[in-house]
Design a protein around this ligand. Structure first.
Ligand code: AGP
Length: 614
């Protein structure tokens, strides 16, 4: 996710754009930039860092201008630095563009342009797009709007773009697919942004572009919206906005955490985009391909992480051992780094980290690397320390996760690790074709299933109201869902401050069952699985001691529904992918309980989003 802002009108564009970028920093904050035109010349300032760093770099150097575009970045291609920051200017110097999204086929387009002599400065997919548009405009001799449309019909991916001609700064062409773009309509002025927060104080009249739509924003003209595929004119719905700024930043949700729970269908699609090609029956992961020998021939895989990332690692342990038959050890980074571990150059270490800056995880992989291991990073923040320390890796593309409690980070980590395990198993010849294709199809279907599950959270909310004052919770799971029990307990602990413990369900009889009484809510994760009958017995053991059972079950499960106190249903999927589904109701449960307890959900006490200290 990145933030885009554009302005065309009678005011000076710079302050409007800068203030707008500050409002959009929640969408991405690794670098930013601005481009305006004054006295016939382009003025571009951009740099790594936050918007304040950009303001410091501008330092009053920009002449007043009535046209401008600005961008705050969440890197997907190309590490965060000054060169990769947006806006990007075409090689000819004629066009300047900002972009939020991912161009999947940028590499082939870049190659074609380079073969025609176009030179690139950055590693970004965005610079390819601005040069493609410029190339078409020049070669075909068409106007900017037509060149944009022709270019976008060649592009595969997601985008929200603003682009204008430097020597004709009277109009801005915008286009949208998969990333948000809204046009604010004022009196003789226009605003363009990722959401309405940058222009709410100027106008509440707005047009939200739909996917595959583009528009020309020109002073003195109506906003002309057209379809990108067929160029048909579209009569857009003009909104009169009612939301306040804070509500818009959170997408209308009360908290970033809830927004990020509901973003999971999209973040999973982004994590799988360009990697899981289920209809072609293939997985494309460059990081895997580059180190396939190491991964396929690994004697063991060490997985290192902290907190939720460590839980994702535990899910990966079940995946890799079940599918790829490679021994896996999952380690808390803080323990691994100090216990003088045995590491050889045959070891592969997978480091999992949303922030890519967790001090213990970074130190642990540095130690492993010094001792010869190959490091594979699974991070969300592009260009983060752990990503840069890794020999290879795969970004989760979850977008910024603002809520301290990880939600979409966990599911996108598990999705990426699932792809890795399946691909390595397939490369080792361990998967029958039919099973391989079934795995791909099922994983591809998970985002839609989560979307369906998120149609209502009323059940989770009701159950939360019954147990919000419980002093303790137990979370039980088996197999692939044992790590989910740990993750569910962590979610509850860290945002509602209720003590909660996760256990393998079978472990109850070795002591914890002594805790069970009518005051102990027990969340049991019990989807249809190979151990279903066992988990049913565990539920009966809890009920026999008057425990209150909240069961997460497969849709339509009547057997457990007859014995549990409450059930929350999940959509059916293959057992290997059940953690992606069973974790959703647990996220909602912890969220609603925390809200009902009036806790600070997005910034819980004592916690930080990234633990960059020991
Ligand atoms: C999880 O909800 C917490 N925010 C925390 O446990 C987190 O997972 C842990 O600090 C690791 O962070 P990382 O993924 O950024 O390395």
């Amino acid at each position: 996710m990145c933030g885009i802002v554009g302005y065309l009108g009678f005011r000076n564009a710079e302050p409007i754009i800068i203030k707008g970028l500050r409002r959009l920093e929640y969408r991405g904050y690794d670098s930013s930039g601005i481009a305006t035109v004054a006295n016939g010349g382009l003025q571009v300032v951009k740099c790594q860092g936050k918007v304040q760093d950009l303001v410091d770099k501008i330092d009053g150097s920009l002449a007043e201008s009535g046209i401008g575009i600005g961008h705050t970045r969440w890197a997907t291609h190309g590490v965060p630095n000054d060169v990769n920051a947006h806006p990007h200017v075409s090689a000819s110097g004629k066009l300047v563009l900002i972009h939020n999204g991912i161009i999947e086929n940028y590499a082939s387009i870049k190659e074609a342009l380079q073969s025609r002599g176009v030179e690139f400065k950055s590693d970004t997919d965005t610079e390819v797009l601005v040069n493609l548009i410029d190339d078409i405009r020049t070669v075909e001799g068409v106007n900017l709007a037509k060149a944009v449309r022709m270019a976008l019909n060649q592009v595969i991916g997601a985008y929200a773009i603003c682009v204008y001609e430097i020597d004709n700064p009277t109009k801005i062409v915008v286009a949208k697919k998969g990333s948000p773009l809204v046009v604010g309509i004022g009196e003789n002025e226009f605003f363009i942004a990722s959401d309405a927060t940058p222009f709410l104080e100027y106008t509440k009249t707005a047009i939200y572009l739909e996917d595959d739509e583009m528009a020309v924003v020109e002073l003195g003209e109506e906003v002309k919206v057209r379809s990108i595929p067929n160029n048909k004119a579209i009569n857009p719905y003009v909104h009169q906005l009612q939301m306040d700024i804070e509500a818009i930043e959170k997408g209308g949700y009360d908290h970033f955490m809830l927004k990020e729970i509901y973003e999971q269908p999209k973040s999973l699609r982004d994590a799988l985009r360009g990697r899981l090609l289920a209809d072609q029956g293939i997985i494309k992961m460059s990081g895997i391909f580059e180190y396939r020998e190491k991964l396929v021939n690994a004697d063991r895989i060490l997985i290192i992480g902290c907190g939720t990332s460590w839980h994702a690692g535990l899910v990966a342990e079940y995946l890799f051992e079940d599918l790829a038959r490679i021994p896996v050890e999952v380690e808390y980074a803080s323990e691994f780094r100090y216990r003088n571990p045995v590491i050889t150059e045959k070891d592969v270490v997978i480091a999992i980290s949303q922030s890519g800056e967790t001090a213990d995880t970074l130190a642990a992989i540095k130690l492993a690397k010094e001792r010869g291991a190959t490091i594979f990073g699974v991070c969300n923040v592009v260009g983060s320390s752990i990503a840069r320390e890794s020999d290879a890796g795969a970004y989760t593309h979850a977008g910024p996760e603002i809520g301290v409690a990880s939600t979409k980070a966990f599911t996108t980590q598990v999705a990426v690790l699932s792809l890795m395990a399946i691909q390595i198993a397939y490369e080792k010849g361990l998967l029958k074709e039919s099973y391989y294709y079934q795995l791909l199809a099922e994983l591809d279907a998970v985002p839609d299933k989560i979307e369906k599950m998120l149609e209502s959270d009323s059940k989770a909310k009701y159950i939360s109201s019954l147990f919000k004052d419980a002093p303790n919770f137990l979370y039980l799971g088996r197999g692939f869902n044992f790590p989910v029990a740990l993750e569910g307990a962590l979610k509850l602990k860290e945002i509602s401050y209720i003590h909660a413990e996760g256990y393998p369900a079978a472990e109850m009889k070795h002591g914890p069952i002594a805790l069970i009484d009518e005051n102990m809510p027990v969340v049991v994760i019990a989807p249809k699985s190979g151990q279903y009958e066992k988990i049913v017995s565990n539920i009966q053991e809890v009920k026999a001691r008057n425990g209150k059972v909240i069961a997460v079950v497969s849709k339509g499960d009547k057997e457990i529904a007859a014995m549990a106190d409450h059930v929350i249903e999940i959509e059916e999927s293959m057992e290997v992918f059940s953690p992606l589904l069973t974790t959703i109701p647990l996220q909602l449960l912890s969220y609603h309980i925390a809200v009902m307890r009036e806790c600070n959900v997005d910034q819980p006490r004592n916690l930080a989003k990234s633990v960059t200290v020991e």
